[in-house]
Design a protein around this ligand. Structure first.
Ligand code: HEC
Length: 125
């Protein structure tokens, strides 16, 4: 009976119950260093050899809504303080980090770059 209950509880718990802080911790662990919010902010607005920066679509202020630089579609704010859905779903975070970093840097972002970005985004008020 106890085992049945446990299984029921586990089944009802969302698999991707992550928080922005969990992502920061994960990237910091992978990078072996703390995320630096100032560096994350600079990384966010800078171009990295290509046409776009993160801010091209997400604006220089991650607490406001952005627009896709190509399709002009609205994009909800990236900072968790302005959008509680951000950094709560591993599949979504992985997918968009991969795609967006490739668009901006022509490669994936490193763990230390992601730690900086998360520190920057979580630090928004
Ligand atoms: C060409 C436009 C564009 C650029 C440039 C861009 N993004 Fe995005 N980003 C999007 C879109 C579109 C989504 C998905 C729609 C949504 O989640 O609102 C998204 C979603 C994300 C998400 C998902 C977060 C979540 O939990 O929902 C992350 C993380 C992200 N972007 C980070 C970045 C970073 C870091 C950069 C710079 C390296 C960047 N983006 C550059 C368009 C862009």
């Amino acid at each position: 009976m106890r085992i049945v209950l446990l299984v029921l509880i586990l089944a009802a718990t969302p698999v991707f119950a992550d928080t922005p802080r969990d992502f920061l911790n994960r990237y910091e662990k992978e990078a072996g260093a703390a995320g630096n919010p100032t560096r994350g902010g600079q990384f966010f607005v800078k171009r990295h050899g290509g046409e776009w920066s993160c801010s091209s679509c997400h604006t220089e202020n991650p607490t406001v809504a952005g627009r896709h630089a190509k399709t002009d579609k609205p994009i909800k704010p990236l900072a968790p303080v302005a959008n509680a859905e951000r950094f709560t779903d591993t599949a979504k975070v992985d997918k968009w980090f991969r795609r967006n970093c490739n668009d901006v840097l022509s490669r994936e972002c490193s763990a230390s770059e992601k730690a900086d970005l998360l520190a920057f985004l979580i630090g928004q008020k």
